[in-house]
Design a protein around this ligand. Structure first.
Ligand code: ADP
Ligand code: MG
Length: 240
């Protein structure tokens, strides 16, 4: 579904991604881990063209998205993204946050968007918050709204960039539970995370980035039990 072929990205002199190649299958859940500054966010942002790779190609569902001819907005319609800091619209209710993009981008009628929006809000367990504004929600609730909002565009890929890193510890589980349900439903997911237990339990594969390179990838069982590279060993020793 996603083919990343020799992708590099530099900001000026700073080579942030170096010849990354990997393939992600439909329905696969991939956890991206690695030290701070290793290029995890940049990698994720290249997948939905928030960053344009300096070299290499990315193919999604047979479309070469790194071609200069593609319409970035069309590509992004099919790729949901959830950020560390939620980025909800503060002046809109929960329901309006969730229904805004389908109405605006897909020209969906309000009645239809509301129906889909309400079912997604129910799915993330926030039916009683439909008319609340974001400043009345906890961090965990905000992030669940952000997930519902991304799903409202009916994407076939969901990207998560440290979705629980800004949350108080007691709110992490409610967000991970929603993500786990999504994974179980067959969604293709790429998740940058420091939640190693979640990666172990939910991911089909782990990508370990260090210094802009894809140093190691493998099934979570083998990666966490027996990392093959010294760099992955050192990283896991520090955090586990
Ligand atoms: P990670 O998510 O693994 O912490 P990032 O992808 O955010 O790493 O950053 C990798 C490197 O790229 C860092 O050195 C960072 O300063 C640099 N970087 C990221 N985004 C930009 C940008 N928009 N402009 C310049 N440098 C950037
Ligand atoms: Mg990051």
């Amino acid at each position: 579904m996603i083919k990343v072929d020799n992708v590099s990205k530099s900001f000026g002199e700073n080579a942030v991604l170096k010849n990354i190649s990997t393939t992600i299958k439909q329905g696969e859940v991939v956890a991206v881990i690695g030290p701070s500054g290793s290029g995890k966010s940049t990698f994720l942002r290249c997948l939905n063209l928030l960053e344009q790779p300096t070299a290499g190609d990315i193919c999604i569902n047979e479309t070469m998205i790194t071609s200069s001819k593609v319409n970035k907005l069309e590509i992004r319609k099919n790729i949901g993204m959830v950020f560390q800091h939620f980025h909800l619209f503060p002046h809109m209710t929960v329901l309006d946050n969730v229904t805004y993009a389908p109405k605006k981008v897909k020209n969906m009628k309000k009645t239809e968007a509301d129906e889909i929006g309400k079912s997604l809000i129910a799915k993330v367990g926030l039916t009683d918050k439909e008319t609340a504004y974001p400043n009345r929600l906890s961090g965990g609730q905000k992030q669940r709204v952000a997930i519902a909002r991304a799903l409202a565009m009916e994407p076939n890929i969901m990207l998560f960039d440290e979705p629980t890193s800004a949350l108080d510890p007691e709110m992490v589980k409610e967000v991970l539970d929603v993500m786990k349900d999504l994974a179980d439903s067959g969604m293709t997911m790429v998740i940058v995370t420091h939640e190693m237990n979640f990666a172990k339990e939910v991911a089909d594969r782990v990508l370990f980035l260090d210094n802009g390179m894809l140093v190691e990838e493998g099934k979570p069982e083998s990666f966490f039990a027996k990392p093959q590279t010294v760099r992955a060993q050192n990283f896991l020793e520090k955090i586990l």
